[in-house]
Design a protein around this ligand. Structure first.
Ligand SMILES: [Zn+2]
Length: 254
């Protein structure tokens, strides 16, 4: 359905009347962006994934043209990053409880389609695992979808980086060329350009993945980076943002 979109799509900045009017006009989709507050190497702020989720939500909502945006769940599940100062991590059950309370609140107001995604790939397995319980918590005519395909996500980043003239092999998925470029685009003053370091390069072996989940990310990368931030530009960041927004819109079905 094509309805005129309000200028402001973020629920938290709207009045209840504006939300009510949007629902009455047929806007029945709502996005739940999820983030993380976790280390992203020596050169990026902890808010990286939360900022990314905010920016993706704006792009996706404009593209879908019938969606509002719930407040980003800013803190996520980052246990394996707790070895680095400042990281805050929710237990999976806390994160699921927050998602569930969001979904039941939004369903109560009349939203019929709840779309969840995360700027932090580490939330993907928890979202996937929680989804059946979230669905059971809302009326049957309310659809909940969650994007959880980390391989497709990284693949889009690799293509976007290469298309913008960067080195796709610098994409590792964490504080790498893609995330650094995203922050150069979204919050340029936050990027410590004199603190770029090479992180873990190449695919993580089964053993390394196991060690990372068991003992924390420090066991595979001493500086918290997987990939390499060198070569990042704001243009690469813009393309990475658009590539992931496109992936999410396609996956949710326009
Ligand atoms: Zn990140």
């Amino acid at each position: 359905m094509t309805v005129p979109l309000p200028d402001q799509l973020r629920l938290e900045f709207m009045s209840f009347e504006e939300v009510s009017n949007a629902l009455a006009a047929g806007i029945s989709t709502v996005l739940i962006p999820c983030g993380a507050v976790e280390q992203h190497g020596p050169h990026l702020p902890l808010c990286m994934d939360a900022d990314h989720a905010d920016a993706l939500a704006e792009q996706i909502a404009r593209r879908l043209a019938d969606a509002l945006i719930a407040p980003t769940i800013k803190v996520g599940c980052s246990t394996h990053h707790l070895g680095f100062s400042g990281t805050i991590s929710l237990r999976p059950e806390t994160f699921e409880a927050m998602c569930l309370d969001y979904c039941t609140s939004l369903a109560r107001h009349g939203f019929k389609r709840i779309l969840m995604f995360s700027g932090h790939i580490g939330n993907f397995p928890i979202l996937r695992d929680s989804l059946p319980r979230l669905k059971r918590a809302v009326p049957q005519d309310v659809e909940i979808a969650a994007f959880c395909d980390s391989i497709a996500w990284i693949d889009r980043w690799r293509h976007a980086v290469a298309e913008a003239g960067g080195d796709a092999d610098s994409v590792g998925g964490h504080a790498d060329i893609a995330e650094t470029a995203l922050m150069m685009y979204l919050r340029p003053d936050s990027v410590r350009r004199d603190r770029f370091e090479v992180g873990h390069l190449g695919a993580l072996s089964e053993e390394q993945l196991h060690a990372m989940w068991k003992n924390g990310i420090k066991s595979v990368t001493h500086n918290g980076i997987i990939g390499d931030p060198h070569g990042a530009t704001a243009d690469i960041g813009r393309r990475c943002l658009e590539a992931i927004a496109d992936l999410l819109v396609t996956s949710f079905g326009e």
